[in-house]
Structure formats: C-alpha cells, structure tokens
Ligand binder design. Sequence first.
Ligand SMILES: *Cc1c(COP(=O)(O)O)cnc(C)c1O
Length: 474
Amino acid sequence: MTAGTAPAATAARPGGPGLPQERRLVTEIPGPRSRELHARRAAAVAAGCTSALPVYVAAAGGGVLVDVDGNSLIDLGAGIAVVNVGNSHPGVTSAVAEQAAAFTHTCFTVSPYEGYVAVCEALNRLTPGAHEKRSVLFNSGAEAVENAVKIARAATGRQAVVVFEHAYHGRTNLTMALTAKSVPYKHSFGPFAPEVYRVPMSYPFRDGGRSGQRAAAEAISRIDKEIGAGSVAAVVVEPIQGEGGFVVPAPGFLPALAEFCRGTGIVFVADEIQTGFARTGDLFACEHEGVVPDLVTTAKGIAGGMPMSAVTGRAEIVDAVHAGGLGGTYAGNPVACAAALAAIAAVEELDLPARARAIGDVMLPRLREMAGRHPLIGDVRGRGAMLAVELVQPGTLEPDPGATAAVNAFCHARGVLTLTAGTYGNVLRFLPPLVMPEHLLLEALDVLEEAFASLRAGTAPTGAASPEAGPVLD
Ligand SMILES: *Cc1c(COP(=O)(O)O)cnc(C)c1O
C-alpha cells in the first residue's frame, strides 16, 4: 500500500488480531497523512496535550499499530500497559458492541445493572488476599487513587498520605500532589493538596544497592519521626514504579512496608494501575512477594482499552465510607464493564501471566547482552513484560536523557514504538501487548540493538523522526 492509495483515516478499517503481524514501512515516519493530521491538530487541539509518536492510527491489533499511511509498527507501548489482551481483542469488541446495542448508560448510582456487580465480583476474586473484599468502579486511574485516599481517610479518621520518590499516581489535583515529577505533570499547576508526604524509595541502581529491609527501615523511620505513624491514613506505593522509571524495589521492601502499616493501623494501598492484569508475570505485582494490600487501585489493563478503574479492598475499610460517598456519573459505565469482563476472561483463558513471563524470558537476556556491549546502558530491570533500560554516562550514575531520546527516535523511525520514562528522562521502557508474537518481539530487539550501535557510530537521528513529539506520559 502506498500513501496515495491509503484509505481515509475515518474509513472502517479491520483491526484486531487479524491484522498482518508484521513491521512494514511504506513511508517515512510520520508519513504524509500523519503530518497532514498533525497540522490540523495544531490548530484544534490544546498544545499542552502532546503525543510521543505522532503517527495517526487507523487500526491496531496483536502486536502492531497500522497508521493512516499504511505503515505497520511494532507496538512496545500497548497504549501504556492498557491493551494487555491486545488491541481490538475480539472478545472485547463483541462485548462492547453487544452492550452498546442494549444500553450505553444509566448511571450506576441512579439505576444499576449487572455488569458493574460482575466486575466487582471478579476484582474481589482476583486481587491478592482471600479476605472479604468490596470494590467500587471509576473512570481513570487518577480517580481510583483519589478514591482510595478518600476511603483510607474515612476508615482511619486520619489525614496524612505517604508516597515515594519517583512516584506517579496521576494528574488530578490530589494525584499531582502524590506524583513526584514536576515537568511535565505538576509544573505551573499548583497549589497542590496538603497532607502529602514523600519518603525515599528503594531504587537499587541509585541507592547503592541497599537491601529492601534497609530501604524500608529508612522510609519507616521518616514516617515515624517526621509525620507520626498515628497521623497517617495511607501509604500509597506502586509495586514496580511506572512513569518513575520502572523502578523495582529490592526484595523485602514491600513486605516490610506492608507489615509496618499493619502494625500501625495505616491503610496500605498498592497502586497496581500499571503493573496489574498480568503485566509483570503475576496477575498483580504484589503477588511476587506475597504482599496483601489493604486496598488495590487498578485501571489501565482492566478493560482492553475502554476507560475503567477500580478500588478493591478489605470490606471493613471500603465500607467505612458513608452511603452516597462514592460514585460518579460515568463511573463503571456499562460498556466499559462489558469490556472489563471480556478482558478479564481473556487474561485468564490465554494465561497472560505466563505470556508476560515468556516475554521477559525472551527480552531480559537480550537486553542484558546489549548492556554488556553498550556501557551507556547502566541498568536493565523489570519483571515479566514490564521491562526497562536506564541510560547513563558510561561508568557513572549520571543520567543521559539525550541518548535516551536518540535511541527512542531511532526506534520510531524504524517502525518500533518505544516509550521513555523516569524522573531523569533516561529510561526506555518496554510494555508490549501480552499477545505480542515472538517474531515481532525479536525484530523489535534487533532494531533496538541497531539503535544502540548507531548511537555509538554517531549516526542516530537526534529526534528528527518525531519533530513535535512531546514528553512521554503516564
Ligand atoms: C497511569 C497511572 C495512573 C493514572 O492513571 P490515569 O488513568 O492516567 O488517570 C496512576 N497510577 C499509576 C501507577 C499509573 O501508571
């Protein structure tokens, strides 16, 4: 297909796993149709809302995105860990169509429907711990985190919320306060919500390889001495940090924190919005160390791309909120519920935790090999299909965001959608859909290898492939 014969972006395009699973470039990236749309966008869309790779999508499924110019790109982003079951998964699309034909909205807090209840039952069954649980549904991850804090405050009668360095919890006012990084998330948007306290994270690459116990002891001491455990409603932590750079805490860190919370009446909230639904090789990342959170926030991978989020947790904590205290017009929308039930069924039927582990088994050795050849790669980390490399000036901890942007741009120009992350903008993160065919995964790794080699040879483009690309988000 050439650019001249590509159908209009608005024409019906077959998506889903039926798309040819191939990397195929028929124009430069972005192509002429994408550039056209990008010019239209500049005159219509808020400038503050940018895109990591401005190729405009016409269809997506399996491991590929097909753009309006007919290019087929390998997707290592999955819409930021959302389409774990693949884009346009047939179970999800038919569930959506069927529910949309029946009814699209009533507002659960006005007149309820079964799908909402069924999603809550599924979440109560699947999240860590065999205790009695309750769930409540929302639209976005940030909204789930906000409501977890509301629930924890109502249940404890306390106000303080403890979060970690490099944390990312969203862009609403309260979650901006919980999020660590200023540009682009918080800069110029204050004042922020009060009673939010940040303590050190376990970050083995940057904290001298402290043990999880030592790192937890430091965080706990800060909570005890500077905030007062008795004032703390919730400790909110990502079991593996997402936007902060795929920081995997040292073993023992999360269990020690959870135990401290248990002993002090603090609600331990695991923000599994990016790590959840099989991404890390377990259904939820907390399971890796047998950690049972009091509350779990979920979103991204929950509904195959439809907007949906949830808070799930101990019945006595969730039900401490007064009647009518939780809700929202669209929260738990029936179409999103149908999608969630189908996506959850696919996660279980396809055994996506095993698929995530298999992706890790393919990628981690290759990334480690690359790190051996390219001293720019200071750290290789992650679990399952949530993997990253951190780029530094060789032999130091000095972040190299320039090289990171160059490698990222090289991959984009060659038809591999990679994302960056990290407080210092120096982390390349890999989040393939869990249904990614292995041949595409290997091909993407070859392109990544070429990217590092070209950087060494000084031939990498300096962001030319994505001239107006914005910072990578969420
Ligand atoms: C993406 C993300 C959020 C925010 O989710 P939105 O749906 O973008 O509001 C919160 N926490 C974590 C860990 C995330 O990755």
